[in-house]
Design a protein around this ligand. Sequence first.
Ligand code: F6P
Length: 341
Amino acid sequence: MKIGILTGGGDCPGLNSVIRAVTRKALNEGDEVLGIKYGWKGLLEKDCVKLDLDSVSGILPKGGTVLGTSRTNPYKKENGQQIVKENFYDLNLDALIAVGGEDTLGVATKLYKEGLNIVGVPKTIDNDLSATDFTFGFDTAVNIVTECIDRLHTTAESHNRIMVVEVMGRHAGWIATYAGIAGGADFILIPEIPIDIEEVCNSIISRHKRGKNFSIIVVAEGAVFKNKALFVQEEKRDEFGHIRLGGIGQALGKIIEDKTGFETRVTVLGHIQRGGTPSAFDRVLATRFGVKAYELVKEKRFGRMVALRGNKIIDVWLEEATGELKRVDLALYEIAKIFFG
Ligand code: F6P
């Protein structure tokens, strides 16, 4: 068999572990693997590279993706889906493994319905894909943010300051909630729950009254004030219709300082959260996903996506994963709330 593999959308730690796992398993079984460069862009342009033992050697701990990635949407190009289909057959591919988040897998779902043999692998630091308990990349991001919160804690304490930490998460506050719990945040603000600024400030004030003269507030980039719009860095939409978010941290910091009178600083973690080496958890998860994706291809079970349920790797329909985003479990947020204030 000749199997193509591509990585699309925002990169995340663990992509190389999947590429390595698919390639090693396929080569073991006597199959051929073609790496498609820069996500769907590579399939539009037939930009590919044959993957062999050498090309995947040493990539397991490397962040990013050796195949490159892009936010290219073939459905936004003239005859895009037709070109993708023609190139799939021109390249003699028997199947394609698409590794991505909501956008890349959304395209994979449509192309599968139009007849292409596709299997999906879920990735995103945001952990907002349905049908899987976790996506790889998330654990690494949470560890990075937790370490940053720990560092901010010590300087906040020395200076009696409020530290606002803005993290990624445009539709869901998974990173904010997990890293906030792990880092002992004094308030966590997520897209799922509009910000009640009075509640935040009162909580900080009551904390100070009990002698805690510093506070850590974690806010997801997609969080909004009650009845207010998202904070946007750039209005221009990408090919999947997303605008670039950012700015909530600064706005929040200013309001908190004005309302409480406590000195406040803001840190925006940005792409730091997506860079660097994957955690051991993400390396293992991505490896298990890669092997399972290969097995689905061999069994010709196309239109499926690998997923984690409990500690088992299962498979689900691609559509189940891309139909609706997975928002933060509010029961988990209730646990985080115990430690607010
Ligand atoms: O979807 C993953 C993500 O990291 C989001 O959390 C964030 O809003 C977005 O990508 C940033 O995208 P870009 O890398 O294009 O700036």
